[in-house]
Design a binder for this molecule. Sequence first.
Ligand code: DQA
Length: 153
Amino acid sequence: MPTRPAILILNGPNLNMLGVRQPELYGRETLGDIEAACRERAAALSLDVDFRQSNGEGEIVTWIQEARGTADGLIINAGAYTHTSIAILDAVLAAELPVVEVHLSNIFRRERFRRHSMISEAARGVICGFGGQGYLLALDAMARILTTDDRQP
Ligand code: DQA
């Protein structure tokens, strides 16, 4: 049986606090709830998922480096590092994988400093403002990218 495409889903700082953290912005779903929904959608799409969270920029960089050659696609919500991290951007560029960037909140209707994303420069597309559902939309998009055999970043 052919192996299923492997999708790495990375979550950055403070996303482990979902459910209790500013629910008016981020909703009541926990990261565990989002992970469970992603696993269900991935199974329906015949994708394998590796779902992780870290508060550390260096750890996220290392995981993205490891994804080169082991994953087929990357879905990333880098949290606040989205707006600041050239290191994560560089890692994503070096990974040479299709990337879908996700944000729970609509970063364009919040503070000015959230309107710029470092990661977007390396992303195929960005989904924001749909809460946890954004991760499922990202999986749908990734399945489409991989089945059209267009694996370029
Ligand atoms: C976020 C938006 C970021 O600006 C913020 O720092 C986060 C979460 C989102 O999912 O909406 O931590 O990435």
